[in-house]
Design a protein around this ligand. Sequence first.
Ligand code: NAD
Length: 476
Amino acid sequence: MTTSHYIAGRWVEGQGSDCISVNDPALGQPFAELMAASVAQVDQAVTAARGALPAWKNTSASERATYLRGFAEQLGQRREALITLQMRNNGKPRHEAEIDLDDAIATFSYYAELAEQLPSKNRDVPLVAPGFTARTRLEPVGVVGLIVPWNFPLVTSAWKLAPALAAGCTVVLKPSEVTPLIEQAYGQIADALGLPAGVLNIVNGKAETGAALSNHNGLDKLSFTGSNSVGSQVMRSASAQCRPVTLELGGKSAIVVFDDCDVDQAVEWIVAGITWNAGQMCSATSRLLVQDGIADALLTRLQAALENLRVGNPLTEEVDMGPLTSQAQWLKVASYFATAREEGLQCLAGGKALDRDGWFVSPTLYADVPKDSRLWTEEIFGPVLCARRFATEEQAIAEANDSRFGLVATVCSADLERAERVADALEVGHVWINSVQAVFVETSWGGTKGSGIGRELGPWGLSAYQSVKHVTRCLG
Ligand code: NAD
């Protein structure tokens, strides 16, 4: 049993009614347990954040930057432990766990730099009207609730925590019940750095704990990453209190491959876009659109590449892909395999759970999937790729955009002018040209349509935690 809630600068045991099992998905067995935070403890965390706000928002931006640099350094000092925990609890292959840690470190370092530039952003506004001066102040939004999922626990939390703290907000973070140990590192680091009590609070729990946080009337904003169904509940609670909300939701993203591509290179990008993190990425490029001229050759090589992937336990084997992170996710993906069979889809690879302990499935490819198939339209969140063919650029753009989601897309073409033109026409928040899933802290993250509201990362990620104020003075 783990003591796992960090409230007002102290570690406390959960007083909620849910017992949370922390599982090793490669074995399908628990390795730790903790009690969820109670509704009263969520309230204590919000009260602590409220109490810490006046002092924290008045610290200098360079002091906050020093803390953020401390977070980056301390993450580095916990490197091996955090990599191993992600491998064990998420089932991530080592190199992916390493990338996540490096991404979290880069995020804290980047927002330390932005925090240092903050004072220069409080600037005079030139007015045409005589007799007045005006200046802009960027103030912290206040107390923010942060609710995150399990697929990139270190990273998703860093993308919210670092800019929120940089802006001068105080926070209550609720990690996912599937991975409740990983973000405890942020509480331990806050302790080690002497971050003032209440600036960062962490409460663990399931839906009840999340709902207690998102319904709490002591928040000034809520930032949520997760599924569309929970996102819409979170938005309802924000709307009941007329307060801002950032939503980073699901995706069903396209990878568009034109027939001037090098087929082997395209196969590499396609495989990475659907099998990294066992396809449990909001940004998985799970809809392949391939141009007629290379479709047959590409699908044949793709089938071989997926079948040759080494799937196994990242802690004991050299693997390209680990298990799905939770039993619920494994059951969900298996239900899509059943739907594919009912729909009579043409399965070129995988399409089944692996016959071994743990929550493993085969990397899967369905070809010539009809546009109205549930597998073409719904987010599966597993290593399940659906392919369709196209003839013209216009057709590719129309099919890629024909989705209720709009998170990301990848365009593969040797004709860079065409690739840029297609990128401009895609209704998404981020497009990769001839690359895959490359996310840099300086560029934004977030989607259009059903993929959410708002942006993280870059200066936009900081603005999400700032409120703009103008002070206008009459000179006469
Ligand atoms: P989820 O919506 O089930 O859970 C997300 C978080 O919300 C968890 O911490 C959960 O405990 C909490 N929660 C559950 N019920 C709640 C409620 N009623 N009120 C408040 N909080 C509640 O999502 P998940 O299964 O953890 O994650 C997978 C989803 O997240 C996928 O849809 C994926 O696309 C999405 N995602 C999006 C992004 C992005 O940047 N757009 C990134 C990662 C994941």
